[in-house]
Ligand binder design. Structure first.
Ligand SMILES: [Zn+2]
Length: 243
């Protein structure tokens, strides 16, 4: 189902936030069944109170599409948006919002207020809630449980810089990497003196633990893994960060 497919992509973004010690919320913006923007919650790291997953994904999409309005887009986010993000979604004229878990302490789709039902606002975004709600909520619960135990602090994750002497590509489920991707990467890797490691998580369940440590580097760099497509600028950004 499409909604679950894209919600899983938002969950990968949320995992990256967790690895950075940020509250794990992730978001993607989709147009014509293609991801055009990604973001994860990072107000601590960015020292930016507006750096919520939804706003970061909207910014990414607007830049990628060259338009501050996103009327043909759907935004998928793992948590019911807050009032700030609901405002941004409405300002961007996003056609559709899909979210996972409800946020009883701050949600603006009925948990605290319902800005999407405000008829005095002149844009209306269709809303679907509860997609993969258990998985989205579990990520948050696990994060807060780990934090109470003293684990999962920011210090445990060194960040992309110095974290890895190599770029790791991860194939997972529907997004197995093809040989074309590896050969397209090789000249870039040579240029930066970085090694390439390819993990096929599905082929080897024991890789899952390792994958959990490595995938944030890719997500942070925004490297596209799901298509036979290589964004050279983003790969360069990742490689510069880990050099
Ligand atoms: Zn928000």
């Amino acid at each position: 189902m499409d909604d679950e497919f894209f919600m899983r992509e938002a969950l990968y973004q949320a995992e990256a936030a967790a690895c950075l010690g940020e509250v794990p919320v992730g978001a993607v913006v989709v147009r014509d069944r293609e991801i055009v923007g990604r973001g994860f919650n990072a107000p601590i790291g960015e020292q930016d109170p507006t750096a919520h997953a939804e706003i970061t994904a909207l910014r990414d999409a607007a830049r990628n599409l060259g338009n501050y309005r996103l009327p043909e887009c759907a935004l998928f986010t793992t948590l019911e948006p807050c009032a700030m993000c609901a405002g941004a979604i409405l300002h961007a004229r996003v056609a559709r919002l899909v979210y996972g878990a409800r946020d009883p302490r701050g949600g603006a789709h009925g948990s605290i207020v319902n800005l999407f039902a405000e008829t005095r606002l002149n844009h209306h975004t269709a809303v679907t809630g509860g997609v993969l709600a258990d998985a989205c909520g579990e990520l948050l619960r696990n994060f807060f449980a780990a934090r109470r135990r003293g684990a999962g602090s920011r210090e445990q994750w060194p960040g992309p810089r110095g974290a890895l002497p190599m770029l790791t590509l991860v194939g997972r489920g529907y997004c197995h990497l093809c040989d074309d991707m590896a050969s397209a990467l090789q000249p870039l890797l040579d240029e930066y003196g970085a090694a390439l490691e390819i993990l096929d998580v599905d082929a080897d369940p024991a890789m899952t633990e390792k994958y959990d440590e490595l995938v944030p580097v890719l997500l942070l760099g925004g490297v596209e893994l799901c298509r036979h497509f290589l964004d050279e600028a983003k790969v360069r950004a990742v490689l510069s960060g880990i050099r």
